[in-house]
Ligand binder design. Sequence first.
Ligand SMILES: [Zn+2]
Length: 204
Amino acid sequence: MRKVLFRIDDAGLENDRFNQLAEMFISFQIPFAAGLIPIKEFPMIDNHQLVSFFQHGHRHVNRSLEAKKSEFPENIKLDQCLQEILEGWSLMEKTGLPLWKAFCPPWNRMREDLQLRLQQDYFLLGGKEMKRTKRSLPYDIDLHSKSFKPSLEEVLFALENEHAISVIMLHHTFMEQSDFNNLEELLRSLKNGNFYFINAKNDL
Ligand SMILES: [Zn+2]
């Protein structure tokens, strides 16, 4: 049975749309992991069983001096980055939400020294270039990038891989009504297939 982890980034932004997405997963009884931006307003979720909130940066602001966006670029001292991330996790712990000790940097951009330190405490999530280990997972499919929206067939094809766990990444902030409709079709199709859906806080 193939294992799938759904990862939704940017919880805390446009929470109405986030909740619409969460309700869809809950209606299918499919668990998902959601990246929470610690300083933002937390979404209200009714069915906690299926949700695993992980940490998505601290403030989700770009501080890079280069073209590629990053919240924790080289120009910010490592200790300061770690301090901010620690503060972010403390904020999350106060929410009472079901947490999964995992971290995903905004824009999937993680410098090496920070990664080395964070991997001591956190499960790490990242971009396609991230190394696949027992404690770190890149995404396999980006469902709602601005430039590419894969069809149902393309998603199912991408899941035919050798990976122990396939990660499907979603961004509710990019989703239009047609994307919600397509996702519903995808979830129905996966639910009828031979898939195990990862409940991250219990399974990883
Ligand atoms: Zn983000």
